[in-house]
Design a protein around this ligand. Structure first.
Ligand code: SF4
Length: 356
């Protein structure tokens, strides 16, 4: 803990000063203590950039202005509005969490991080962010960006892909918190951690020359910034090829495509998608394709956390809009009504641009 003792004295005041002067202000979820709005922004900001979140955040609040309206909404409406943000388990948990807040907490989010963490989809760092922003709780967030900042600040070489060193860093994060902060201090401190990680202490080429805690940063002083954070377990992505069979037909209202709901678990769970086949499974479709013209469209590479998908779209026009699979939860959807169903990100770009 000696590293913390060295860094602790000046870190929190320097970070708070810098955030108030030079950090991010005026984002739509700042300046509110409404836990619903803060929670929504925190969930959206996991794995997604601020610039992307801005539009989604506004649309969500227009459609679901409070936790009651979100809890009462059909799951499909929530998924449709989330469509394109990716990591869809966030949307499913968002909906479940809203329902839990309404049914178990009378529509009021619990105020402590400890209680918040019991709700669906709220992890320790998100719980800390909500409690610090909304209630001034003296607790530190430790998300991926903050792990990077603090590992460097403290030259902490514990492996951040292992649980025990993660916990140790969390303890150090708690030790760095401002002493006897006001609620406003906790807002600036928490936002400062986020801002520093997002804008200066970046993964590659951090801007140490502009950093407000440069003089305290042990990795910078030792010239070893690139060594941190230590992570020995690298993410391995599996490569897979999927064929997307796009059944299309014309109707008096416009062109339609056949979409089926994906299973409740796995990739794109619960979203609507064209029928998906592996190479071998596609062969079983060949009797249905006999006599039809199959257009092979350009493949799309789509990266997920643990997989890289090579998607091969096959466009097939059919004469009638009879159900294409009576065993699936499927429907024909007009191409100009696609926003009404939750679609995986690559299909949101692909389907509106199908060749004539
Ligand atoms: Fe990050 Fe550099 Fe600041 Fe250290 S001095 S916290 S490495 S930006």
């Amino acid at each position: 803990m000696s590293r913390v003792a060295e860094g602790a004295t000046g870190f929190a005041p320097a970070l708070i000063r810098w955030q108030r002067h030079s950090g991010r202000h005026g984002l739509p979820w700042q300046g509110t203590r409404d836990p619903y709005r803060v929670w929504l922004s925190e969930i959206m900001l996991q794995q997604t950039q601020v610039s992307t979140v801005l539009g989604y955040y506004d649309r969500f609040l227009q459609r679901f202005p409070n936790v009651h309206s979100l809890a009462a909404a059909p799951a499909d409406d929530v998924m449709a509005l989330w469509s394109g943000l990716g990591y869809y388990s966030r949307a499913r948990n968002l909906h479940r969490c809203a329902q839990a807040v309404v049914s178990e907490h009378g529509g009021v989010f619990p105020s402590s991080a400890e209680a918040l963490e019991t709700l669906p989809g709220i992890g320790a760092s998100t719980a800390a962010a909500i409690a610090a922003f909304c209630h001034g709780e003296r607790i530190s967030i430790v998300d991926g960006n903050v792990r990077r900042v603090l590992s460097r600040l403290l030259a902490f070489d514990g492996d951040q892909s292992q649980t025990a060193p993660q916990r140790a860093l969390w303890d150090m994060a708690q030790a760095l918190l401002p002493t006897e902060p006001t609620a406003a201090d906790m807002v600036a401190y928490t936002q400062g951690l986020m801002d520093l990680g997002a804008s200066i202490c970046s993964r590659t080429r951090p801007g140490c020359e502009r950093c407000p805690v440069q003089s305290l940063c042990l990795a910078h002083l030792a010239g070893t910034v690139e060594r941190y954070p230590v992570k020995t377990r690298k993410l391995l992505r599996r490569h897979e090829s999927w064929w997307l069979l796009i059944w299309r037909c014309a109707s008096p209202d416009g062109q339609k495509v056949w979409l089926e709901r994906r299973p409740a678990r796995g990739i794109w769970a619960g979203l609507y998608c064209t029928p998906v086949f592996s190479g071998e499974a596609l062969a079983s479709e060949s009797p249905r394709l006999a006599g039809l013209v199959v257009h092979e469209l350009s493949p799309i590479v789509h990266s997920l956390t643990h997989r890289e998908l090579r998607l091969h779209p096959l466009l097939v026009d059919v004469p009638s809009d009879r159900a294409m699979n009576s065993h699936a939860d499927g429907q024909w959807v007009l191409l100009d009504r696609l926003e009404q169903v939750g679609l995986p990100t690559p299909l949101r770009s692909l389907l509106p641009q199908l060749p004539g």
